[in-house]
Design a protein around this ligand. Structure first.
Ligand SMILES: [Zn+2]
Ligand SMILES: [Zn+2]
Length: 213
């Protein structure tokens, strides 16, 4: 599997393209804010000769689902997300206005993801890990074979997601990270929803939210 990262929207969200060797690819969080950004995305995908077959959402905050409507229109792909984030999806339009951003009503998900669900495309397999706390329906996507995990806004390089938004809870997030992410092999590469890559080992050792006093 090859991983490509594009950054979109005024909120600078990471959009990941996971390319299986068959040419099929899964998209994690299509953050394209407008049609221009979506054209940049489709141009990239077709230049690489890739065929999008899955749209996965780490959670349904506006920045992570900006592109869902265009993904449905262009590739006929409905998003897979956690049912516990339906409230965030339904509130996304209203939430966008607080940022001075305009978005259309995000489409209804094609499928709801559950904890430990196996998701496969081509010969690539991902395990969904429910990591609530930043959002009630936060999901991390783990590839054991590729030694990487896509953490959305749960865990960042040197930080964690905010917990002051509706459905957020600090203790819950700390527990999710300790129990679901920090138990992964230390060399696992972390691809977060914003910012740069890191590893599980580096975060265990140096993330200020966890470093022992
Ligand atoms: Zn978020
Ligand atoms: Zn975000």
């Amino acid at each position: 599997m090859e991983i490509f990262k594009l950054v979109f929207s005024p909120i600078q969200v990471n959009t990941f393209i996971l390319a299986d060797k068959s040419g099929d690819c899964a998209i994690i969080d299509c953050g394209c804010y407008d049609d221009d950004e979506f054209r940049e995305f489709t141009g990239f995908v077709s230049a690489k000769g890739l065929n999008p077959v899955l749209l996965l959402n780490t959670h349904c905050h506006l920045d992570h689902i900006f592109g869902n409507r265009n993904m449905l229109k262009e590739y006929n792909l409905g998003a897979w997300s956690c049912e516990l984030d339906e409230l965030n999806r339904k509130n996304a339009r209203q939430h966008a206005l607080l940022f001075g951003l305009i978005m259309e009503e995000p489409p209804v998900p094609a499928k709801f993801i559950t904890d430990n669900q196996l998701i496969s495309f081509g010969s690539t397999e991902l395990t969904a890990l429910h990591v609530p706390g930043h959002a009630p329906g936060s999901i991390a996507f783990y590839s054991e074979k590729n030694g990487c995990v896509f953490t959305g806004d749960a865990l960042f390089a040197g930080s964690i997601g905010r917990t002051d938004l509706p459905g957020g809870n600090y203790e819950t997030l700390i527990n999710s990270i300790n129990n679901k992410l920090f138990t992964l092999p230390p060399t696992t590469v972390v691809y977060a929803g914003h910012g740069s890559e890191t590893t599980i080992e580096r975060e265990i050792k140096s993330n200020p939210f966890f470093r022992p006093a």
